[in-house]
Design a protein around this ligand. Structure first.
Ligand SMILES: O=C(O)c1nn[nH]c1-c1ccccc1
Ligand SMILES: [Mn+2]
Ligand SMILES: [Mn+2]
Length: 334
């Protein structure tokens, strides 16, 4: 990217020594709100540095919340940049004392996926312990081809840039463990009863690249909870539905308290199931400009007894510029 010249006429904050600064990120968000872009050299730099960073991370990442600090867990945001930015207006921007964990499905569906993903990656580089990102089933080539992200990147930048996003998505962690007690994953639990946190930590996700239709990695990104005990096939065709007994077994075997996952729209923005052991968090309000659902996020603060306190916060959709939809597929019935 060093060979790409940033013209003197470029009116945005520059990245000089390769280091993303707070000034750069604040300016980038302001430009995105005004539907302006950042220079392609800086987009490339952010993507490449993010790919390098995540390549060195395990597939399960531990998140510890220091005293006086806060962690906010968000679910799917699906290209709804103006709702995504509204979370920061309501709840504060990421910082060294207020971390965010976005739990997958950053892109596709909404027309501002590029703005969301560049903001998330830039914050990861600015505050490595202030931003955590889990891979969702929409951070994959198959979904990006159909649900809009590939077309959006090609329209706003280039094919090359989409390829770089694809390679960087393959390095994203598959799950997080918060305060050693909360397992956070985009979809849910596997079809096997013997999966340990260590096995998840050691998944060679980069060698795998795309999750495919079967195996532990794809199950973590695609599974859904069900009310009844046991497991059943998923209408999605990938991953299974898992019951309260499966969640209980996974928690007991791995000495954790609960699973927080996303992946499904919820009318109230979140839902607590499996007697409190399985929570769905979804952060794209009025999904696809049509569902009418609330968005929600979870504020996690350290607490002496259990080690954490959860506060659920709901929020409504805000206005956004009307632009062309990149995804020609309406809701896939999920
Ligand atoms: O696009 C969505 O709503 C979504 N979010 N996670 N998974 C899906 C999905 C999966 C398959 C087909 C349609 C939507
Ligand atoms: Mn989704
Ligand atoms: Mn999903």
């Amino acid at each position: 990217t060093q060979s790409i010249i940033v013209e003197d006429s470029y009116d945005g904050v520059r990245i000089d020594d390769g280091k993303v600064t707070k000034e750069f990120v604040d300016d980038m968000i302001e430009r995105f709100v005004a539907q302006k872009k950042i220079h392609r050299r800086y987009a490339y730099e952010i993507i490449l540095q993010t790919r390098k960073y995540f390549s060195e991370q395990a597939s399960l990442v531990d998140v510890e919340i220091p005293k006086e600090h806060k962690l906010t867990i968000c679910g799917d945001v699906h290209g709804q940049f103006y709702d995504f930015n509204n979370i920061f207006k309501l709840n504060g921007r990421p910082s060294e004392t207020h971390a965010y964990l976005f739990n997958g499905d950053f892109v596709d569906r909404g027309s501002f996926s590029l703005e969301i993903i560049l903001t998330l990656f830039a914050y990861k580089l600015l505050y490595p312990t202030g931003m955590y990102l889990t891979r969702g089933n929409h951070e994959t080539d198959d979904m990006n081809k159909v649900y809009g992200f590939e077309d959006e990147v090609k329209a706003k930048f280039s094919d090359t840039m989409f390829k770089m996003f694809s390679e960087t998505f393959a390095t994203l962690p598959l799950a997080h463990l918060v305060q050693k007690k909360i397992f956070v994953v985009h979809g849910g639990l596997s079809s096997r009863d013997d999966v340990t946190l260590e096995e998840i930590r050691n998944i060679d996700r980069i060698a795998k690249g795309q999750p495919g239709q079967g195996g532990l990695m794809s199950e973590l990104l695609w599974a859904d909870p069900q009310f009844l005990p046991g497991r059943s096939p998923s209408a999605r065709g990938v991953g299974q539905k898992f019951g309260p007994d499966v969640t209980e077994n996974f928690c007991k075997m791995n000495d954790i308290d609960m699973v927080i996952r996303s992946h499904e729209v919820k009318h109230q923005g979140y839902q607590i199931e499996h007697s409190g052991r399985c929570v769905t968090i979804f952060s794209a309000p009025n999904y696809c400009d049509s569902v009418g659902n609330k968005g929600a996020y979870i504020n996690v603060t350290p607490e002496t007894e259990k080690g954490y306190k959860l506060d659920y916060v709901q929020f409504d959709a805000v206005e956004h510029p009307k632009t062309q939809p990149y995804s020609n597929k309406f809701r896939g019935g999920f």
